[in-house]
Design a protein around this ligand. Structure first.
Ligand code: PLP
Length: 424
């Protein structure tokens, strides 16, 4: 597969963009090779600037749950763009999308829209601190909550991919207020809470971890966090930026039946446009400016295009869509396991609905330490073989693969044929 134009563009991009990209994992550094530049995308397929087609399992890192360029979403955007692209003042779509989220996600009584998942988690943590009058937060090793200073402590996603889970530039003063526990290990959380009585403002968790690869919660883990937070007056924040409307109509909290105090969202709720949000109990949310003393604001927050794309996307997400995603996911998982087994390659697949990761390991993967047993060199070789066969996986061993409603049998067959050859 020739990628001459991608190569040329990467050369040009590196002259003006840091590392040639605007988000680190896109640079392909952990898998070797050079990034592919894309020209267009439709359904489950992305076309690069050289005219090569790829079955896409990145889905823009999660938002494209309906597939690319879904006509209803495109139409909503076109209608919106003709009415103006930004008002910096209230518009109808903001409360319509807000009402849709509140209706579907039980814990969300009030919501604030922002422009990214990073902004959502930063806002939620500040709010939890303002509400409780406490400074510290507990997060989990390998979980990623965007690039806010407080969260770049033992972080997942690109930070983990590049071996920089603790970023330079985060001051010791900030870092001391972030405590880290182990995912799926309640005792590690309990110990931190007990050693810091009256000081913990929030526990923030990805209810399904997606940024050290996909890792589901063990039975009782999320419920245990809920009980601990109730006991100690701690705000429980579910970071559902990845899982929100991805793993089910009520998001992860609906799937596992545990109610957080605050929820962070992004990705799917923007239908492919830059959006984030945080919401939860009115009692807590009403502490936000302009009602309360916790300041948060945004020039483009609630942007009409983003709200229109999000509203159109959520409107199309019926139970049938989730059933189809589950069916494709189950067949993909089973097909990959069979082909790996036939080739004698040890893999462990974790999947929750339409997000999954294949780890190259003989261990079960249930936390950060076990995720790190994945053979990253083997993943790199697999990734490049798949890429050259026209299957675009996330360029990191520690990321979630995303399936869309546009993935159909033809894409499944192409993926499994490519995997068979790649395993060999
Ligand atoms: N939280 C989680 C769970 C995420 O997966 C991400 C991004 O991948 C973020 C927060 C940050 O979102 P954004 O990249 O939109 O800032």
């Amino acid at each position: 597969m020739r990628r001459d134009s991608s190569k040329k563009m990467f050369d040009m991009a590196q002259k003006v963009l840091v590392g040639g990209v605007n988000s680190p994992v896109r640079a392909f550094r952990s898998v070797g090779g050079e990034p592919v530049f894309f020209a267009s995308a439709k359904g489950a397929v992305m076309r690069d600037v050289d005219g090569n087609d790829y079955v896409d399992y990145v889905g823009s890192w999660g938002p494209m749950i309906l597939g690319h360029s879904r006509p209803e979403v495109t139409r909503a955007l076109l209608e919106s763009v003709e009415k103006g692209t930004s008002f910096g003042a209230p518009g109808e779509m903001e409360h319509l999308l807000g009402a849709l989220v509140c209706e579907r996600v039980n814990s969300v009584e009030k919501i604030r829209f922002v422009n990214s998942g990073t902004e959502a988690t930063m806002g939620a943590l500040r709010l939890a601190r303002g509400f409780t009058g406490r400074a510290k937060a507990i997060k989990f090793e390998g979980c990623y909550h965007g690039h806010g200073d407080s969260f770049l402590i033992k972080a997942g996603s690109g930070a983990l991919t590049f071996g920089e889970p603790d970023s330079s530039g985060v001051t010791a003063g900030v870092a001391k207020d972030t405590l880290t526990a182990q995912f799926n290990d309640l005792e590690s959380v309990m110990a931190l809470a007990d050693n810091n009585p009256g000081e913990i403002a929030a526990v923030i968790v990805e209810p399904v971890a997606g940024n050290m690869g996909v890792i589901g919660p063990r039975p009782g883990f999320l419920q245990g966090l809920r009980e601990l937070c109730d006991r100690d007056g701690i705000v429980l924040i579910f970071d559902e930026v990845m899982t929100g409307f991805r793993v089910g109509p009520g998001s992860a909290q609906g799937l596992f039946g545990v109610t957080p105090d605050l929820t962070c969202m992004g990705k799917v709720i923007g239908g492919g446009l830059p959006v984030g949000a945080f919401g939860g109990k009115a009692e807590i949310m009403d502490n936000l400016s302009p009602l309360g003393p916790v300041y948060q604001a945004g020039t483009l927050s609630g942007n009409p295009l983003a709200m229109a794309a999000g509203y159109a996307t959520l409107s199309l997400l019926t139970q049938d869509v989730y059933d189809a995603l589950e069916s494709y996911g189950a067949r993909l998982e089973a097909g990959l396991i069979e082909r790996a087994k036939n080739a004698g390659v040890p893999v462990a697949i974790n999947r929750v609905g339409s997000m999954m990761t294949m780890f190259f390991t003989t261990s079960r993967v249930f936390d950060f330490a076990s995720a790190k047993t994945t053979d990253t060199a083997r993943f790199g070789a697999f990734f490049n073989a798949m890429l050259n066969a026209g299957v675009y996986l996330p360029p990191s061993a520690f990321e979630a693969w995303f399936i869309s409603a546009a993935h159909v049998d033809a894409e499944l067959e192409k993926t499994l044929d490519a995997a068979k050859a790649a395993f060999a």
